[in-house]
Design a protein around this ligand. Structure first.
Ligand SMILES: [Zn+2]
Length: 442
């Protein structure tokens, strides 16, 4: 690399080893690499942009894609820096929309250029990812907030008003300038924090499913997240004060969360019941949807799940499991037949029959504490999660999200039906404890 990039004050931590392909999981001895060719986290990338990009896309024609906000934040600087490379243009997307139509418009507007350089989070990043996937073009991205979508290979695209997570491809290079990220709207930092603190509830759910039903499980992403999680949580109050160290921790954790799928082949490691509750809100809030972001919803749901998991696993005795009751008529009248049919199908895949319930009860009778201990080892105390979220100015209730009265209770009550993943919601429901818990969730 040239002097400009050598001078970068790197905050990549374990990501630098992952990018180089020489990180070894100390628990398994396995060596791991990741799909992006470059991930750079630095106190500042000012002046290094052209070197970073030409190392990935040498000699290619490029278009820098931003919207009016991200242009001001970073896009203009990136464009000016890349211009001397030649063959570089700029596209300021006036009405960005990560919808079928929006992505088509982006494809048209950038047609004829080999590589797209996204500058921005959410809409710009996901649209560029999906558009270049459809065209078979390459892209790289400069982050403007600390979210995890830069390093995932899925895009959240809306089709006829419905958001879908579409598997596509990842960026060649992902570049995080912490000085820029520090200036993003504080709400985005709080949301990013809320979306990664779900590690604890997702891991408990996923490990529980593995212990009870022998479903596949890998702790590689958790070993990686563990490098920073403790410090990130204890410094949660520093997130919004622009502390480079704290933002670097959040950025690394978000990036690893986004890469989770590349280690495990599934999204389970960072998406269990807390994400189902968020999906429920997106699916059914309709006109009453408060337009809160994914991270904000996941944060509230993480608290709900953390309190439930702590309640179930710290109980003196085991839950008494019964065969799963799927309230088919209720689901039909509440959600209509299309959704109800999907929910019933999904739930049947994890439903306990009499013998499965008996088997779990026997297992719990044999060694409830041993079972609970394995989960408690990866669970954070509820109070710790709540304190950290308060410190990072996250919303903590459905009411704070702006949901209408009663909606959030229903989300807790019904979210388990939308996906076949077995979670603490199922453990509570199939032992008769979910109804009262949902009633108290506002
Ligand atoms: Zn998420």
């Amino acid at each position: 690399m040239s002097t400009a990039t050598e001078a970068i004050d790197s905050y990549g931590g374990v990501l630098d080893e992952l990018v180089a392909g020489n990180w070894v999981n100390p628990k398994t001895g396995e060596q791991h690499s990741i799909p992006p060719e470059a991930m750079v986290i630095a106190a500042s990338l000012d002046g290094a942009e052209a070197d970073l990009i030409s190392a990935r896309h040498h000699g290619k024609s490029m278009v820098v894609v931003c919207d009016a906000f991200t242009r001001e934040a970073l896009g203009k600087r990136v464009y000016e820096a890349l211009k001397p490379l030649g063959g570089v243009t700029e596209y300021v997307w006036q009405k960005p929309s990560c919808s079928e139509e929006g992505v088509k418009a982006l494809q048209e507007a950038t047609r004829g250029t080999e590589v797209l350089i996204a500058v921005g989070s959410g809409t710009v990043n996901d649209s560029v990812k999906y558009a270049t996937y459809l065209d078979g073009r390459d892209y790289s991205v400069f982050a403007t907030s600390p979210m995890n979508a830069y390093s995932t290979s899925t895009a959240s695209v809306s089709f006829g008003g419905f958001k879908k997570s579409i598997p596509c491809h990842g960026a060649k290079g992902i570049y995080y300038d912490l000085g820029v990220i520090a200036k993003c709207p504080p709400r985005l930092i709080s949301a990013a924090f809320a979306d990664v603190i779900c590690r604890t509830t997702a891991q408990v759910d996923w490990l529980m499913s593995h212990l009870l039903f022998d479903t596949p499980y890998s702790d590689t992403p958790y070993v990686l997240l563990n490098y920073d999680e403790g410090d990130m949580i204890s410094n949660a109050d520093q997130m919004l004060s622009g502390s480079v160290e704290s933002l670097a921790m959040l950025t690394r954790i978000s990036a690893i969360m986004g890469l989770g799928t590349s280690f495990t082949g599934t999204t389970h490691c960072g998406s269990m019941a807390e994400h189902m509750i968020s999906h429920y809100i997106d699916m059914f809030a309709g006109e009453a949807h408060p337009r809160t972001s994914h991270g904000e919803q996941v944060g509230v749901a993480t608290l709900t799940m953390s309190r439930l998991q702590n309640m179930l696993l710290n109980a003196d005795g085991p839950p008494e499991m019964r065969p799963t009751v799927i309230p088919e008529a209720d689901l039909h009248s509440k959600f209509g037949s299309d959704y109800a049919t999907m929910m019933i199908e999904q739930t049947k895949l994890k439903a306990l029959d009499r013998s499965a319930a008996d088997r779990l009860n026997q297992r719990f009778a044999d060694d409830w504490q041993g079972f609970a201990d394995q989960l408690r080892a990866v669970m954070l105390p509820y109070a710790q999660v709540k304190t950290a979220m308060d410190a990072a100015h996250c919303q903590t209730t459905g009411e704070e999200l702006g949901l209408p009265p009663g909606f959030y209770s229903d989300a807790v009550r019904y979210a388990r039906f939308i996906r076949e993943r077995f979670s603490a919601l199922d453990l509570a429901a199939d032992s008769g404890q979910l109804e009262s818990y949902a009633e108290g969730s506002v």
